[in-house]
Structures are given as C-alpha cells and as structure tokens.
Ligand binder design. Structure first.
Ligand SMILES: *Cc1c(COP(=O)(O)O)cnc(C)c1O
Length: 348
C-alpha cells in the first residue's frame, strides 16, 4: 500500500472524522459507514468507468470463493462452461467449476510452463461463459489483448492488476478481484457483475451467502460486510484518483516494468521466460541458473531491505510484485542489487 494511504488510516484509526469512534467500531448500518461504502463504490465506478447496468459488490471469501460462486450462479448443473488454463489460479477456478457443472478447456499454455497467453481458442458451442485469468500473478503473464469468444459472456479474475492496468469493464460480464494485491487489505473481494447475469432462480442447494442476487438486493449488506477492508479500499481509490486515475498509474507501472524487463533481457545472470507480448507489468518473474544462486540472491535482497522477492512456492525462482504501492525508486533499488549480485558472480 502507498505510504500516504497507511498514514491516512493511522490518522483516522482511533477517531474517524470526529465521530468519536474507529471505523472498526461502527455499525455497518450507521449513516457514517454508509457514506464510506458508497464512496468506495463511487470511486471504483469513476475510476473504472463502470456503467449503470453493472453492480459492484464487496464480498468475503477471497478471489477463491468466486471460483465457486461463478459457476453456481451463472450455470445450471447441466450447463457447460469454458476455461483458459494460464496458471495455478486459472486451474483452481476450473476445478471448482468441475464440482458443479461441465467444463471445457478451450486454450492452455500448460505444456509450455504457462509462459504465454493462448490467443487461438478452440471453438465450442453453447458455453454459458468463458473464464479467463487477466493477470497471472505466479507466472507473470497478462492479457494485453482483448478476448472475444462469439457472444459468450466473458468472466475475468483481475485480482492482481485491477486499478494498476486499464481494461474496459464493458468487455466483461463479470470481473472479480481479491483486494489484497492492488486495492487494499485481505478480506474483501470486489465483484463487478452486469445486471443481466444476476439470476434469481439459482439452484436451491446454493446457500444464500453464495448467491449474487441476495448480495445485490442487500447492497453488499445482506450480512456484515468486511467494513474495515472496504474503508481501506475507499482510501486506496481516493489515492488512485489523486494520482490521476488508472491510466496515469498504468504509465508509471509500464515504466517500472520496462526498467526491470530491459535489465533482465540484457543480463547473463537473470532470465525471464515469458513471451514479450504477454508480459505482466504487475508481476515480473525471473530465474537464476540454480537454486544456490537463487537463495544467495534472495538473501542479498534481504540484506538490502528488499523483501517478498521469492517466487511462489509452486514455481520457485524470484518474483517482483510491483503493484501500485511500489514507487519507481523501489524498482531502481532492486535493479542496483541485481547488478551488484551479477558483478559479484562474474568476478567469482
Ligand atoms: C491471489 C490470487 C487469487 C487468490 O486470492 P484469494 O483472495 O487468496 O482467494 C486468485 N486469483 C489471482 C489471479 C490471484 O492473484
């Protein structure tokens, strides 16, 4: 999170806006809190240019619960839904849909270790929706192109790039994102759903808490929403507005990523396996030649105050998650450490 956002939260922690209490202590049905959740929603609507025929929900359960809610709400048990396999989260999303209905994989980069985004998708008739993972956090790939699959509604997990990279919400029937990557703390998931996708006749076995129609009717207040997390999204989106909006931040994020990719591409020591057109500007992955060097490098980063550089436990290697909160100086610092490390290795 940007330092200014954390400082604002600190300032308001004990006594929010002269109410005499913390946001954590407020009733979610109070006038004060209503203003906070409405402002969070309005900020998202302004920033992402969300049209009136989309609803914005603040839910719990992480992006992972959406893996289950999406098939249960958008498909019947007899329906077939499509998935593009671009990494671990994409596979998990499909696995949850498998519990509920029929699924087909219409594109996959699994055989090539998820180093690209498949653009030629197999055409299957009658799909209820097509699910994609917009930015693949672990593999450092991203949809930098628009996906069209006939008239089939497109559903996208944009957890790790929302607010950091521009995409047109009108290209999607549903977009979801766990807040903790680029938007706020863990515990809130934002779901943006086009109204015609909200069904009232969801299968009776689906619990109320897992039905979109229940949450849209309750305006995210069917039960107690994750109030403090939503407040943090409000502060974070205020900040994004102050920075000039998503497209302005994306320019900075492009610059940050370019610095790092350019250095890696010219380096003998560090490697990035991702096809250039599909590279993520939020998650830059890189590898070294062996485990020993990787561990030495991660230690060197730690010694220089750079943390969380280790790749996901499922793939190893390194990953720089350069979300909105990471200033360009942080990336420059990382490159300096990489250069030092490379020089030391070459000198032996
Ligand atoms: C982190 C992540 C998830 C999982 O999010 P949770 O909120 O932990 O369930 C899902 N999809 C993507 C793309 C992610 O980066």
């Amino acid at each position: 999170m940007p330092l200014e956002v954390l400082q604002k939260a600190q300032e308001e922690l004990i006594n929010y806006s002269s109410t005499g209490c913390s946001v954590m202590e407020m009733s979610h049905r109070s006038k004060e809190y209503e203003k906070i959740i409405q402002a969070a929603e309005q900020n998202l609507r302004d920033l992402m240019e969300i049209p009136d025929n989309y609803r914005v929900l603040f839910l719990q359960g992480g992006a992972s619960l959406q893996f289950s809610m999406i098939p249960m709400n958008l498909a019947t048990r007899e329906d077939t839904v499509g998935y593009v396999q671009t990494g671990m989260f994409a596979s998990k999303a499909k696995q949850e849909a498998d519990r509920w209905c029929k699924t087909v994989v219409v594109g996959s980069s699994k055989e090539q270790n998820y180093t690209f985004i498949p653009e030629q998708l197999e055409k299957v008739d009658g799909l209820k929706y097509l699910h994609i993972t917009g930015n693949n956090t672990i593999y450092g790939t991203c949809y930098n192109h628009k996906v069209k699959y006939g008239d089939v509604p497109i559903v996208a997990d944009w957890s790790s790039a929302i607010l950091g990279k521009w995409f047109d919400i009108k290209d999607y029937a549903l977009v979801y994102a766990g807040a903790q990557k680029n938007m706020g703390p863990a515990g809130v998931t934002v779901v943006i759903i086009r109204e015609d996708m909200i069904r009232e006749d969801v299968d009776d076995v689906v619990p109320s808490m897992l039905q979109y129609c229940i949450h849209t009717k309750g305006k995210s207040m069917y039960n107690t929403p994750p109030t403090y997390g939503i407040y943090m999204i409000k502060l974070m989106t205020d900040w994004v507005k102050q920075q000039g909006g998503i497209k302005e931040l994306e320019k900075i994020n492009q610059q940050k990523a370019k610095l790092l990719y350019d250095y890696i591409d010219g380096s003998e020591i560090f490697h990035n396996p991702v096809e250039k057109k599909d590279r993520s500007i939020m998650n830059v992955i890189f590898t070294l030649d062996n485990l020993e060097h990787t561990e030495q490098f991660i230690q060197k980063c730690k010694d220089n105050g750079i943390i969380n550089i280790k790749g996901h436990r499922s793939v190893g290697g390194c990953r720089a998650s350069i979300y909105n909160g990471m200033p360009i100086e942080g990336v420059e610092k990382l490159i300096e450490v990489m250069k030092d490390f490379a020089a030391e290795l070459i000198e032996g």
